[in-house]
Design a protein around this ligand. Sequence first.
Ligand SMILES: Cc1ncc(COP(=O)(O)O)c(C=O)c1O
Length: 418
Amino acid sequence: MAETLIGSEIIKLAGEIKERIAQGEQIYNLTIGDFDPAIFPIPETFTQAIETAYQQHETNYPAANGMMPLRKQVSAFLQRKGNLSYSPEEIIISSGARPLIYALYMCLLDPGDKVIYPIPSWNNNHYTHLGRGERQEIEATAENNFMPLAEDIAPHIQDASLIAVCSPLNPTGTIFSKEQLSAICELILAENKRRGPNKKPVYLLYDQIYWQLVYGENEHYNPVDLYPEMRAYSVCIDGMSKAFCATGVRVGWAFGPRYLIDKMVSICSHIGAWAPKAEQMAAAAYLAQEDKVDQYLIETKEKLSQRLNAFYAGLQKLKAKGFALDAIAPQAALYLTVKFDLQGHATADGKLLKNNHQVHRYILDEAKVALVPFGAFGTDDSPWYRLSVGTTAMEDIPQIISRLEAALAKLQLAVKKV
Ligand SMILES: Cc1ncc(COP(=O)(O)O)c(C=O)c1O
């Protein structure tokens, strides 16, 4: 398993860019699904609560399923923000969302079990590999905002153990419509009815780590809120990392049926994937301050959506000028989905861009703008890219757009010459 496991492509690419920046190259790095703490600090009261927790010596082992005060606050947060009723016993806390996704895969898969997930998506290919499962990838398309459709899942569901979806979606910053998610829930409910009580049901992993970062008129939907019967088959993933710009604080949670949560607790406790006790106590103290939480979310959403909208508007202007690119209107998270249709174009020095790998390199080397190709999310040779705004200063955006324009203009000239 380890011999054939592929490490994170995004971390590898980010490492290369960091190295080039360290060597003196001026690159705009829009690759990381993370925040620059100078632009997006964690809430001040959360910082203070962490300091207080250490002063109060909250430094021994936390409870295996997470500290009760935090599980109570998460329960209240889910009720208040999502109309979801989960008791503290149906909630597990861990060191971010990753160990919980891993634990759920471990919990549900026997070797060879089938996992259905869309591409592009974040790391499901790797988690399936770790779980020794069989991959069933569903190719999602731009026409559907890259969200998977029930009709594409349906032909594969009969012998599947797990369907893993994510909304808002990393890498696209798009979300399920109510109809899209409802159709998937109905498919799962019908399939489990067909299987009956003596067969292992098909479960839904619903990763909603970005659900507090949804913009404008767009609305987040949860399978259990839409269909209470889905409660028995759904485990949802969430946490502090994205909503509170706290990727390095490492506090995540999952909620689902108690018998599954208990098994995830056993798996996580053997790994030792607890969130640090002081951070858990601090997260509990912070989440209890509802006004502060709401204010922080309003401000963070404003800052993120401003950046996403500015990039989107800039790229639309380039498109209107006739450049071969496109973008999907931002709906959520910190990502914008951008397309460069440049395969087959020639560079100023006459080099033909034969595939999207070469297009990616051209944008990086010529415009000095670093994006993550959808290839890093399981999609082969795609012209689509993830643009992340978590480290971007507003004032840099016009310059980034100009650099892209200059690089694209050179290509167009070259094409005309060729
Ligand atoms: C969809 C999705 N789920 C989970 C995670 C992991 O979150 P954490 O940093 O809390 O482990 C990420 C991080 O990028 C993500 O994009």
